[in-house]
Design a protein around this ligand. Sequence first.
Ligand SMILES: Cc1ncc(COP(=O)(O)O)c(C=O)c1O
Length: 409
Amino acid sequence: MADLTRARAEAHDNADPLRALRGRFVLEGEGDNRIYLDGNSLGRLPREAASRLAERTAEWGERLVTGWPDWIELPTRVGDLLAEGVLGARPGEVLVCDSTTVNLYKLAHAALAARPDRRAVVADPDDFPTDRYVLEGVCAARGVELRWEAPGGPIASDVALVALSHVSYRSGALADMAAITEAAHRSGALALWDVSHSAGAVPVELEATGADLAVGCTYKYLNAGPGSPAFLYVRSPLLEELRSPIQGWFGRRDQFRMGPRYEPADGIERFHAGTPSILGLAAVEAGVALVAEAGIERLREKSVALTELIVDLHDARLAPLGFELGTPRDPTRRGSHVALRHADAWRITRALIERARVIPDFRGPDSVRLGVPPLYTRFVDVWDAVDRLARLLEAGEHLEFGAELSRVT
Ligand SMILES: Cc1ncc(COP(=O)(O)O)c(C=O)c1O
């Protein structure tokens, strides 16, 4: 039986090799005892990101358009940092641009165009909405069947593309990227992974797993801020074969020659659409550097210990109050958040935020998600949050809240 005292959580924090990194983040709000467990939605602000943003803004003011010769390399330069420090990819395979949604559209389209003799896409019916919607649209546009299948099953020989999330946004389940990619390849399909919920928290290993394509956001575990630019990955042998369906000028070879017709640039830059967000890239650069400095293996180790503590505390204190674990118990099969299922999940989420100063989020129909980004989450944060949650339920405080959903949950 694990020692589930607060003192033990404190001891864990004292022994944490990543402990000092918490101080590299802006921690306003902690003064009045707030516990932030939603970094899986929007990561905290790194101090370096704030100063990089201020520097870039000053550069904009001073240099105006003469800044572009330097700025224009940022999407690939920061892409290379991500490739090496976070994604297990090679230089020249990652581009920071656009949103995850747009990048998914570009890559899914490109993959289907490259496999014209195949008639289907396999996707997870429980995937994040934007993934499902984009794939629906791309399949309809290309006249291809969209098959909703739970990850891990056999893949038919007419499938062009398997498109899945590495970590499930709702349950936190971690898919076996290597095994699923291998199964896709055995049937001649390409594998496209959305790594939004793993990049920065779980080793992604795009090269080692054989993944063909990937997309992901930078505002969760990479802490680059609300609406920060996303990234896309294309395995280098595929680069020449694949073309973006958005033929924007930034993706054209020699874009400033302003040529008459579109010709794709060599390399990953062909997946650019329009002008990249240079201010956004400043924050991505800082966020990625912090993750790389911590080391993805050390982050993973701490993340597993943090989610393990949630699971143990759930069993001891929350299961008797009607909660059910919505996340795999096997730590090798989950990412860095835990879903706690309860029929009153939405009212509990509201009560946690408004009465207990704990910030999780709600994902329907019945999950309270607790995210524990290892760069800045402490073991005592987890202990205190579960303690407050249990007390709130014991007192029935959540019953004082209405069940109607707000626009943002
Ligand atoms: C798996 C996954 N993909 C995509 C997104 C969001 O995409 P976008 O940044 O384009 O809004 C999220 C947001 O939480 C997500 O969890």
